[in-house]
Each structure stands twice: as C-alpha cells, then as structure tokens.
Design a protein around this ligand. Structure first.
Ligand code: NAP
Length: 259
C-alpha cells in the first residue's frame, strides 16, 4: 500500500453512483470528486437536484445520467451510457433505493403486492442488473469495485415496510455471493448498512413524534449524517480495502449491534 491508499485517491477513475441527486448519493459524489474521481451522477427524475449535485463537485469530467431503475432494461442502458460517455467504469455504488410503508395488518392485497414489486425492483433487482453489467466491464478492464448501500433494517426487521427489509437482506446476500464469484477477476464487492440517516428518505420519521426516540436509538443521541455513510463507501472502494470484500459494515452509531 502506498500513499494513495492512505489518502483514498481515485484519480483517473470513473465512479457511477446511483441516486446521487440527493442524500447519501450526493454526499458520496462530492467525496469521490474531491478525491479525484470523475463521477457519473445518476438520478431518476429530479434533474434539478442532480444538476445541483453536479455543480457542487470539485474537478472536471463529471456528468449526469437519468434512468428509472424500477425498470430493469434501464439499468442496462445506464451502464452502457456511462461506459460510452465517461470512457470506462471503475467503481459502481448501488445507492438508489426506496422505502414505502405497507403494513400487513392494514393494506389491501393489491397495495401489498405493488409495494413488494416496486421495492424489490428498485432495491434488489436493479443492483443485480447493474452489478452484472458493471462487473462485465470491470473484468474486461482488469478489475473494479462495487459498493452496495444496504440498511440496518435487513438485520433488525422492518415491521412496517417488510419488503424494504427483505430487499436489503437480499442485497446483503447478493454482495456476499458476488464477492466470492468476482474476487478471482479483480472485482471486489462491499456492503454498507446504515441505520437512520438525515436525508429525505427519513425526513418524515425524524421530524414526526417518533423523532427523538429514533435519535436516542443511538447512544450518540443522533442519526447519521449522509457524509458519514459516504466516507465508509469511499473507504471500501479505495485501494487497500480489497481484503474486506464480502464484508457488511454497520454505520449505525451503535443503535443495533450484532456479533
Ligand atoms: P433519498 O434521499 O430518498 O434519495 C433517493 C435517491 O434514489 C434519489 O437520488 C432518487 O432519485 C433515487 N431513486 C429512487 N428511486 C429510484 C428509481 N426507481 N430509479 C432510479 N433512482 C431512484 O435516499 P437516501 O436516504 O439518500 O438513501 C440512499 C440509500 O441509503 C438507499 O438505498 C436507502 O435504502 C439507504 N438507507 C437510507 C437510510 C436513511 O435513513 N435515509 C437508512 C438506511 C439505508 P430522484 O432524486 O431522481 O428521485
């Protein structure tokens, strides 16, 4: 390991971050750009927010890409588009995700089914398709990294959004399997599992009556900042972290500990 490992540099690397228009994805885009990467800022439909992320990035060579990942064909087009326009792909961060309430005791069956379909399509099938296509490209180029953004809910349970918990547990298992399958090809796969993070996704919970109880789940008395999750993503994607492949790193302020 040289100085670049300590400094976590990504010069001459192309990093695709899904869901980088807001929240954790935007924070990761900023950090990767300040570490020298050229960032592919992906978003679904909030173009203004994606352009705002783009404008905030240090360095040059960044670009925005739109794709609704709930449709699996869009994932294929996204990777192809990024590789063509950015001339390569070194790091994929599977960050885009959705969280929808669908309590088993209250929703109609059709709503239940829709929530499962949407959630699994966005949070699990899309990362599976993107990982397939990105790793094919990375193998051709001699290696790469995939970082999946999962959730504490995969371990702790999501009683009001069971499809979300299941999608993230599936993402964890996918990351472990792909780490084993891809390491011989120089592609390393990591997972980050945050607890609550201060983003749009958690806004209504954090500003509602349960906000203080949620903050007090951590002995630090607060939830994570998006930058804290982003730093972990950067660390895992950096040179020198190869032997962590297959690992799942908790970023939850000791709110849920597992051994
Ligand atoms: P966020 O602020 O709600 O942002 C979600 C991002 O995902 C946006 O960029 C959005 O694009 C994109 N996205 C959503 N659905 C999409 C689709 N169908 N196709 C393409 N892009 C889509 O979320 P966040 O809190 O930063 O969450 C990022 C990741 O962290 C997610 O995987 C989430 O499950 C995970 N996580 C979050 C928390 C938390 O408390 N916030 C906790 C644990 C894990 P647009 O802006 O265009 O809509």
């Amino acid at each position: 390991m040289g100085d670049s490992a300590v400094a976590m540099r990504f010069d001459n690397q192309v990093v695709l971050i899904t869901g980088a228009s807001r929240g954790i994805g935007r924070a990761a885009a900023k950090l990767f750009a300040s570490a020298g990467a050229r960032v592919a800022v992906h978003y679904r439909n909030r173009r203004d927010a994606a352009e705002e992320t783009l404008a905030s990035l240090q360095g040059g060579g960044h670009a925005v890409f739109s794709a609704d990942l709930a449709h699996e064909r869009a994932a294929g087009m996204l990777v192809e588009d990024v590789v063509n326009r950015m001339r390569g792909l070194d790091v994929l961060v599977n960050n885009a995700g959705i969280f929808e309430y669908h309590e088993i005791s209250t929703v109609e069956f059709d709503q239940w089914l829709d929530a499962w379909r949407r959630t699994l399509a966005t949070n699990l099938l899309a990362p599976a398709c993107l990982s397939y296509l990105a790793s094919r490209q990375m193998m051709k180029m001699g290696g790469g990294r995939i970082v999946n953004v999962s959730s504490r809910g995969a371990f702790r349970g999501e009683p009001r959004a069971p499809a979300y918990g299941a999608s993230k547990a599936g993402l964890n298992a996918m990351g472990q399997s792909l780490a084993q399958a891809l390491a011989p090809h120089g592609v390393y796969v990591f997972t980050v599992a945050p607890g609550f993070v201060d983003t749009d996704m958690a806004k209504s919970s954090l500003s509602g009556p349960a906000g203080d109880a949620i903050r007090n789940q951590s002995p630090l008395g607060r939830v994570a900042r998006p930058e804290e999750v982003a730093r972990t993503v950067l660390f895992l994607a950096s040179k020198g972290s190869e032997f962590l492949t297959g690992g799942i790193v908790d970023v939850n302020g000791a709110s849920y500990l597992r051994s």
